[in-house]
Write a protein that binds this ligand. Structure first.
Ligand SMILES: NC(=O)c1ccc[n+]([C@@H]2O[C@H](COP(=O)([O-])OP(=O)(O)OC[C@H]3O[C@@H](n4cnc5c(N)ncnc54)[C@H](O)[C@@H]3O)[C@@H](O)[C@H]2O)c1
Length: 195
C-alpha cells in the first residue's frame, strides 16, 4: 500500500459514514490524520465511529450539507474539536430517482443539485479561507463519470456532478498561487448504498 504521512493534519470527509467516504476516512486515519465525518445518517455514523476509533482521532458531526447554516455549524464544531481543517473530501451525495428529463420531478431535481453541487460550494466557501490563511490545503471533490458523460435517466445527478467538475477547475485556478490543491475524482459504479 502506498502511504502518505498526514500526521498533524485535520481532515473533513462529508458523507463519511459509509461507502466510499468511510473507506476514505479509514485511509486518512491510517495515514495519521485526524478526521471529522460530516453526515446525516445517525445510525451509520455510530457504526462508522465504532469501526474507526481504534485507527485514530475521529469525530462525527451531523450535517446536512444542503443547508448553509449546518455546514457553518459543523465547521465550528470540527475546529473546536480537532483544530483548523487542512484536508476536505467533498464526498457526500445522492443519486435521486431515475427518470427522463421530461418526467423529472422538479423538487427531486432541486434536492439533488442542493446536495450534490450546492453542498460542495458551501463546504468550500466555509473551509477555504482558513486554508488560504495557513497557505495549505488539499481538497478532493468526488464527482462521477456521470458528470463527464451524462447518464440517461439521471440528468439531475449528471448535471450536478458536471457542476462539481467545473467548480473544481474554477477553485483550483483561484487558489493556484497558494499551496492548496483542488482535484476531483470521477468514479464509475461501485457497490454502495447509493446504487
Ligand atoms: N457508488 C458509486 O457507484 C459511485 C459512482 C460515482 C460517484 N459516486 C459518488 O461517490 C460519493 C459517495 O457515494 P457512495 O457510493 O459512497 O454512496 P453512499 O450512499 O454509500 O454514501 C453517501 C453518504 O452521503 C451521505 N449524505 C447523503 N446526503 C447527505 C447530505 N445532505 N449531507 C451530508 N451527507 C449526506 C449519506 O448519508 C451517506 O453516508 C457520492 O458523491 C457519489 O455520487 C459513487
Amino acid at each position: 500500500m502506498n502511504a502518505v504521512d498526514l500526521s498533524g493534519r485535520v481532515a473533513v470527509v462529508t458523507g463519511g459514514a459509509q461507502g466510499i467516504g468511510l473507506a476514505v476516512a479509514r485511509r486518512l486515519l491510517s495515514s495519521g490524520a485526524s478526521v471529522a465525518i460530516w453526515d446525516i445518517d445517525q445510525a451509520a455514523m455510530t457504526s462508522a465511529l465504532a469501526e474507526l476509533e481504534p485507527l485514530g482521532r475521529v469525530e462525527a458531526f451531523t450535517c446536512d450539507q444542503s443547508q448553509i447554516e449546518a455546514v457553518d455549524r459543523a465547521a465550528i464544531e470540527t475546529e473546536r474539536a480537532l483544530g483548523p481543517v487542512d484536508l476536505l473530501v467533498n464526498n457526500a451525495g445522492i443519486a435521486g430517482p431515475a427518470a427522463t428529463v421530461v418526467d423529472y420531478d422538479p423538487a427531486a431535481w432541486r434536492q439533488i443539485v442542493d446536495i450534490d453541487l450546492n453542498g460542495v460550494f458551501y463546504c468550500c466557501r466555509r473551509l477555504v479561507p482558513g486554508m488560504i490563511a495557513r497557505n495549505y490545503g488539499r481538497i478532493v471533490n468526488v464527482a462521477s463519470v456521470a458528470g463527464k458523460e451524462g447518464n440517461p435517466n439521471a440528468a439531475a445527478y449528471s448535471a450536478a456532478k458536471a457542476g462539481v467538475l467545473a467548480l473544481t477547475k474554477s477553485l483550483g485556478k483561484e487558489l493556484a498561487s497558494h499551496d492548496i490543491a483542488v482535484n476531483a475524482l470521477t468514479p464509475s459504479p461501485a457497490r454502495t448504498r447509493i446504487l
